[in-house]
Structure formats: C-alpha cells, structure tokens
Design a protein. Structure first.
Length: 348
C-alpha cells in the first residue's frame, strides 16, 4: 500500500484491536484459535489489526513466536480481503534497540505489513536525539506508527521536544497516544498542532481509560489553527467486544458529521472505563491486564484458556469478581451474541 493510501485510511478513522496471543494448555501457539481471533476482528468490522504489540505479549520474541504470529495474522487478514473486497490494515509491533527494531520492521515488510508500531521502552536512557535517530532508521523500512506507551507497562516519558522532532519524520503516518495521562495526551496533540501535519498524521487513542473522551473531543490547542482530533483507536480494550467498538466509532463519526450532544456517548464512555478497569486490573497497577482480556475471550469461546507465556502471569486476586461485576452491569458493551453466531465458522 502506498504511503498516501495508508494515510487516507488512517485519517478516515479505524478500529484497530491490539491482537492477543492464543496458547494451548501446554503454552504453545494455538494456531486454530489464533486464526479465529483474527477472523473475529475482521468479521467485526475492524479496520486493522496490531500484532506483536504489548497485548500480544512482548515475550513472543524470546519464545520464537514473532514470525509465526505475524504470518498467521497477515495471511488471515489477506484471506478476508480476498473474500470480501475489504482490506484490513496490518500493523506490526517492533521493539528493542535499533538493530532489533529494524530487523523486526524488515520481517513485517516481508510478510506484507503496512506500518510499524514502534515501542521505545527499551531505550529508557536515550536522549531525544538518539530516540529520533532510532525512529528514522525504522521508518526507512516501513511507515511509522508512533507510540506513547504508559510507563506502568514498559513505556517511558517522552518530551514535547521529542514529539516535535518525531513529527518531522516524513514516513510518520500516525501516533498511538497511550500514556494514560491527560497532560501527556494533550502534549502529543499540541505537538501535532504545532507541526502543521494534522492533515497527514492521524492521532489514535490508546488510552483505554478514556476512549470516548478522546474520540469526541476537539482539541483546540493552538488557535487559530483548526482543532486536532483523534481519528480512531488502537487499543487493547478493543481486543474484546470489537463489534461494539466498531459501532461506537461509527456513532462518534455520525456525531461529528451531524452535530448533536455527546453526553450519551460520554456516559457510555464512563461505563467502558469502569469495565476496562476490571479487565485491565487497574487496582493492581495493570498486573492482570493481558489475563483479563484473555478471560473475556475465553468466556466467549474464542480462546481455550487465559494462559500467558509466563506461567506466573494471571488474574490478580479479586479480578475475576470485578470482571463478573462489569459483565453483569453492562451487557450492552459486550458482543457475545455476535461471537456466538459466528464462532464455529471462525474456528473451522
């Protein structure tokens, strides 16, 4: 896909789930259910999938699973495109020092991925200049999806100066803003407004604690320049209940097009944040966030279990009760009926 076509797709606003990892009882890759997950996201109307990212578990690299997991998702997304005529963007995560990140981007390019979501957590002590040089190297391989990952799960604080320099990289096509901080979120938006590239670099929320607030708010931070908006989301929360996520983003787009009151959407957003707190284990500094996503997918039948690669990584004490609570309180946030209707076909 040409960079210009990719930019147009991202600026239009897409639901991009962060793709989990399906494991057998022996903690080996469960290819059948891994494919079923990708089929679910495509069938639910997601505009892309992000693979090899935090939700997929960074440990897939040490387990020699990065290539097979990227390959399965790409092949399944391409099968969906051939069958339906609707292309699903393929975003690959890349991590590590420059050599590793460039190699992972090259692997993604070989497998037909459209862009790289670049995590900077491994460069915790690097200067802004070194970070930007690192990003430029990776952008030579594939278009770049910037990533502000919250420090609680492996990210680092990134300065306003860094974001201004990062946004000068020509092949930057989007930024996932996920610091779980309003101050840092607005800092990225301000840098984009100041860069003059808001019409070619898409902002995507990764703030699972503020999804709707991000999507409905016009960020008028540099008047008289036009406000900056989040186009869509690339989210771990959207790895579950993806059909509802697509409907939510459609409702946001409808509100933007026709005008109206965002209060009802914001009320739903508060419920979604409460549900996310249970799934992501906010009470315990997100220790059970991946297991929480897996637990919902397990209950729907998409996963056989909630195993993570690390046997010690599981739900925190009390988390299952919190998940029970939000499922009972907010059944309208789930897409259980949609999954049940299609599960056998996705698992075939």
């Amino acid at each position: 896909m040409a960079d210009s076509e990719l930019r147009t797709a991202l600026l239009s606003g897409l639901v991009i789930p962060a793709h989990p990892l399906a494991l057998t009882a022996e903690r080996q890759l469960d290819e059948r259910r891994q494919v079923a997950l990708t089929r679910y996201y495509c069938g639910a109307g997601a505009g892309g999938v992000a693979v090899g990212v935090h939700t997929t578990q960074f440990a897939i690299r040490a387990a020699s699973l990065l290539e097979p997991v990227l390959h399965l998702a790409a092949e399944t997304a391409d099968d969906h495109a051939r069958a339906t005529g609707r292309r699903v963007l393929k975003i690959a995560g890349a991590v590590g020092q420059t050599g590793q990140a460039v190699a992972e981007a090259a692997l993604a390019r070989e497998l037909g991925y459209d862009a790289v979501l670049l995590s900077l957590g491994a460069l915790s002590d690097a200067t802004d200049e070194a970070l930007v040089a690192h990003c430029r190297r990776v952008a030579e391989v594939l278009p770049l999806f910037g990533f502000y990952l919250q420090p609680a799960v492996g990210g680092r604080v990134l300065s306003h100066r860094f974001w201004l320099a990062f946004l000068e990289i020509e092949r930057v096509v989007a930024v996932k803003v996920a610091p779980f901080s309003r101050y840092q979120t607005l800092g990225v938006a301000l840098a984009l407004a100041e860069s003059g590239r808001a019409d070619e670099v898409a902002l995507y929320t990764g703030n699972d604690d503020a999804i709707v607030a991000d999507l409905v708010t016009d960020l008028d931070l540099r008047p008289p320049s036009p406000p900056v908006r989040f186009a869509g989301g690339l989210l771990g929360q959207w790895a579950v209940w993806t059909r509802r996520a697509v409907e939510l983003l459609d409702a946001v787009k409808d509100l933007r097009a026709k005008g109206g009151n965002a209060l009802a959407l914001l009320a739903t957003g508060a419920q979604l944040t409460d549900a996310n707190a249970a799934l992501f284990d906010a009470r315990n500094a997100f220790a059970g966030c991946i297991a929480g996503i897996h637990e919902v997918l397990r209950r729907q039948g998409l996963l056989a279990n909630r195993h993570c690669l690390d046997p010690d990584e599981d739900l925190s004490p009390g988390q299952v009760e919190e998940i029970d609570r939000v499922l009972a309180a907010y059944p309208h946030l789930t897409d259980d009926a949609f999954v049940a209707e299609n599960l056998d076909r996705w698992l075939a």
